[in-house]
Structure formats: C-alpha cells, structure tokens
Write a protein that binds this ligand. Sequence first.
Ligand code: FE2
Ligand code: FE2
Length: 301
Amino acid sequence: MGDSKRTDGSLLAISDLHVAYPENRALVEELRPDGDGDWLLVAGDVGERISDIEWALGLLSERFETVVWAPGNHELWTPHHDPSQLRGDDRYRQLVQLCRRLGVITPEDPYPVWRGEGGPVTVAPLFVLYDYTFRPAHLSRAEALAMARESGVICTDEFFLHPHPYPSRADWCQARLRETERLLDARDHRLPTVLVNHFPLVREPTDVLRHPLFAQWCGTEGTADWHLRYRAAAVVYGHLHIPRTSWHDGVRFEEVSLGYPHERHPRHRERPLRRILPYARTDESADHSACPGRPRGHGPT
Ligand SMILES: [Fe+2]
Ligand SMILES: [Fe+2]
C-alpha cells in the first residue's frame, strides 16, 4: 500500500468518472500513468452499478502504483437495475470490501504516506457525506428542500441514496464526521495532509452553482476548518462538475471532475488527470465549465 515506499512519480487526481456513459468509459480506458511511481486519487462518482465501479477501479489499480478512493453519492445509490440491492452503510461496506480485493485504499484503511516530490504527506480519503447545511442561510431545512422540489432541482439522492441504518442522510453525515475526526486526529501529526473528499470541504466553491438551492447536497459546515486543522497541503474534491483550482485560507483546493459528456466542450482536449504533487502553478485548472452556452454545476452530480 505504499506506506514506506520512496516514489519518484506524481500524485494525480480525478473524480466523477460516471462510467455508465460510453464516452466516459472510453476516456477511462485511456487513463495511464506517466511513469511507474504515479499514484491516482479517485474522488468519487465512479458510477452507480457495482460492476461498473469494479471495472473502473480494477483497470486503474492495474495501471497506477497506488489508487486511493473516496466514495461519491453515485456509488452509494441503490439503483433498481443493480444486482446488489444493499442500501446505505451496507452498500458502503460492500464497496470497501470490493476496493480491498482490488488493492484500492479506502477511508476505512490506514492513511498512506506519499513520499515523492512534494512529500511526505499523509493522503487521507474521506467519507463525510452532506447534511444540508450548505442551504441558503435564510431557509430552514424543510423550506430549502421544498423550494428545491418546486424548482425542479431536487437531487436524485433523495430517491436512491438511502441512509440505512441511520434515520436520515444528515444523521449519517454526523456519524461520519465524528468517525473521520477520530481517524484524522490519530494520524502522524508531523506530516501535512492531502485530503480527498467527494464534496468540497468548504462552502465557497458552491457559490458559483447555477442553482444555489442545489448546494444543500454538496457538503457540510462540519468540515469548514478541516483544511487548516489537519494541515492540508491540498484538498481534492469533485461533485460540482466545475473543474478548477481555488485557494481558501492559503490552501489549494482542486476540483478534479471529469463530469458528464454534455458538460465538456467538444473541442476540449486537456488531459483529464490533475497533478496534485509535486505542485506547479502551471498545473492549476481554469473553470472549464465556463464555456459559452454551458450551464455550471447543474443537476444531480
Ligand atoms: Fe457527486
Ligand atoms: Fe458527479
């Protein structure tokens, strides 16, 4: 698992592969490391079906020295067409077991240490979900949900992401926050971290969403200071489908999503893998979704 290995490669990242789309599946088939020592961080939304997730992570784990995965909301759906009908935490545990069979590191495994250029850093995949606290400040949770429903921007999670055995997704989020804080507090405090989470750890990246009401499914205020508290050298996330680099309190945040085929500019040919370490300012990404006529961060992500 690379805990003590010296590596000369790069720490690369991607998210929101959504491999149910043939165009995305073809792009994933082309993903290769630059060299033997490259690691790949996969920040969730690989797909919905267990067989699709197994295909993608299996392929990537054969090619990259180490693959680290944090779950997205889509992996946690229980779609009617999936042979696995496990729900909520049971499905998450099934995915963790799948990753362990493939040699992919999950939030339930000891955090690996990247010792290549830009390191050493503790690489921490996180699963903290969301709790609707990114909703507009003047609305109660019930009001924000009702307004989203009326506006037609309700997240598909409301139908397919079951919180079992917790009473609600917000309760599951609270449990994950406490458990994840326990794991992060137990890490080697001498090292900075690279935090990998499907959802942005701070609220600001959701400010550019086309539908502000959709932000309630995009994170939790419970992680607002984690980039500082856990000494993040970088924070990697996805979910918004707005690939870009932003800075918060002097910490680099990288939204690394591939996104849906219709969200990409037809002539966009940039390599979908983002280099996280070693850091070079020239690797930073502009907001690629800001092309003319393209909505930003819309719909279920
Ligand atoms: Fe997502
Ligand atoms: Fe997504």
